[in-house]
Write a protein that binds this ligand. Sequence first.
Ligand code: SDX
Length: 424
Amino acid sequence: MSTAKVRVNDREYELPLVVGSEKETGVDVRKLRAASGVITYDPGYGNTGSCSSGITFIDGEKGILRYRGYPIEQLAVSARFLEVAYLLIEGRLPTQDDFAGFTGRLNGHTMIHEDMKKFFEGYPPTAHPMAILSMMVSALSTYYRDTRAPADINLNIVRLIAKAITIAAFSYKKSIGQPFVYPLNHFTYTENFLHMMFAVPAEEYQVPAVVDEALNMLLILHADHEQNCSTATVRMVGSSEASLFASISAGINALSGPLHGGANQKVIEMLQRILDDGGDHQKYVAKAKDKEDAFRLMGFGHRVYKNYDPRARLLKQAADDVLDSLGVNDPLLDIARQLEEVALHDDYFVERKLYPNVDFYSGIIYRAMGIPTNMFTVMFALGRLPGWIAHWKEMVSDPHGRIHRPRQIYTGETERGLVPMAER
Ligand code: SDX
């Protein structure tokens, strides 16, 4: 077995190396503290493997992304989103019978309990749909038994995927004061969502095929991304034996942050700000480079990708195709392209290997589809749901799984005596 040698003061310790199927190598430090008294130190876990996983492989240097071994470029253009969801969760692509059974089970659970509809009456119209989504997912555990029994887990996975689009669409209808549109199960998953989002009782709504195809690709591109912040959160929360619904609700909250899934909303707000400010993209590139300025180029940079995010490459092309098909001419797309062009040749971005990430173009497409900005991160969550579920399921199936409990380096006060308040 290959090993690493670590010298601490005057002693040397030999630690095993773990090597993955793509030759990724890690130093197994599980015994380091017991042997040497020291821990590893890696704030933000940028160089720490929290688990081994067989779900998604990313090569950040080469811009490679594969779900269960299948390249994202193939899945994004040839698969249906629920096929990819099945692949991530079950570990293999579904046969036609598998797929019919899976979609049939989902169709039996697309409605939410009528009493859950009343929750929406309590939310203000300005409530952010991500907050509603996390609350409603957490509330599912008050309606359904959410134990670790395999039958419960499998049923709740179906309930969660099926109801997520209904909850998301209802939160949109709530925000615009329109009546809820119930799911119709003759639709596909993506058609059902779009119909619930945009149909109004007063008229027939036909789901445009180009919008449905774009949504299918967007959901696939967001479906998983190994140990990102929200997936690591789902694993962290689930490691305490918290329920599926509680763990996924925590993941939704982690995703909402502007440095993570919330970035797609911030990208559009940034592009709109540049447009409103006269469209001078160079001014904002300069702001992004200015260390005195907190402004960041949202949708740029990535902890793992030090090459072009393969999803951004696919979304850049899709933005063109969808806007052309819909006859939409969005000035924000022009600004996005100008920003990318400048940043990809500017030393500041090149030296730091800052490329467009998945959030840079996705919002342009959502806008063209008629989806409002405050729903963008909900769209990310709908895509990421099967990835979160797959990781939660992989973690709970690990016979050697332990509660996640990182260590720290304490930098506070050393011991001191308590002085009674009267004497302070
Ligand atoms: C997602 O992890 C995943 O896989 C996430 C995700 C997924 O599918 O789950 O891919 C989805 O979250 C994509 C990222 C979306 N976020 C954004 O677009 C927000 C803008 N980007 C950043 O804030 C940043 O790039 C992060 C948060 C994405 C990554 O941050 P890191 O890895 O902690 O990098 P860093 O902040 O340490 O930056 C390194 C350097 C710094 O400069 P120096 O201190 O070296 O001089 O790069 C600079 C940063 O200032 N930098 C940027 C920048 N991103 C990094 N400068 C300007 N604009 C940016 N966007």
